[in-house]
Design a protein around this ligand. Structure first.
Ligand code: SAM
Length: 165
């Protein structure tokens, strides 16, 4: 049975945003994309084309990231998560103690709950020079100023990628 979801969570990532991560990933990695549907996700497509193994899970397959226990090994957690539960998502991601990259609104760092996380988590930011656009039917309410919250990926504290205008 499909679970409830919020329309604000249905924004799909373009290839360009995934390609920006490729130079940072170790060859032949296993990447868990836990908010992604196989054959649809550009994370899955781009990473596979680059030679990585990708494991997708998604709430529509009854794999709620916040409660799901993976029975596989992986090197990275990378996705564009649902923004309505972004804080819980980040906390759950951190709990795996693996490198990660989560595409989320940069403004999140101004939220008190996020600031609490930043007190102990050494997060790296990969930002885009121009506003990131998503694949969605709701063109008007696209999330603004998103970038990757990462750990163990880019090595620097802040990287800015010159994306397409
Ligand atoms: C912002 S969209 C991004 C989808 C995909 N990762 C991409 O970038 O194209 C987030 C997705 O996470 C799904 N989702 C919502 N809650 C979830 C949960 N608890 N566990 C796994 N997926 C969830 C939503 O239905 C939505 O499809």
């Amino acid at each position: 049975m499909k679970q409830k979801y919020k329309s604000q969570d249905e924004y799909y990532t373009r290839r360009e945003q995934v390609e920006a991560l490729l130079i940072y990933l170790k060859p032949n990695s296993v990447i868990w994309c836990p908010a992604d549907i196989d054959l649809i996700s550009n994370f899955a497509k781009v990473f596979r084309e680059a030679g990585h193994k990708v494991i997708c899970t998604h709430i529509w397959e009854e794999q709620d990231f916040l409660t799901y226990e993976p029975d596989f090994e992986f090197d990275y957690i990378i996705t564009n998560p649902p923004y309505s539960i972004r804080k819980q998502w980040l906390e759950k991601t951190i709990s795996y103690n693996k490198p990660y990259a989560l595409l989320m609104p940069i403004i999140s760092i101004m939220l008190k709950d996020f600031k609490r996380i930043l007190m102990t988590e050494d997060i790296e930011l990969l930002m885009f020079l121009r506003r990131v656009r998503y694949i969605t039917t709701e063109q008007k309410n696209q999330p603004t100023e998103t970038g990757y919250f990462c750990k163990g990926i880019i090595g620097n504290n802040i990287v800015v990628v010159d994306n397409e205008s």
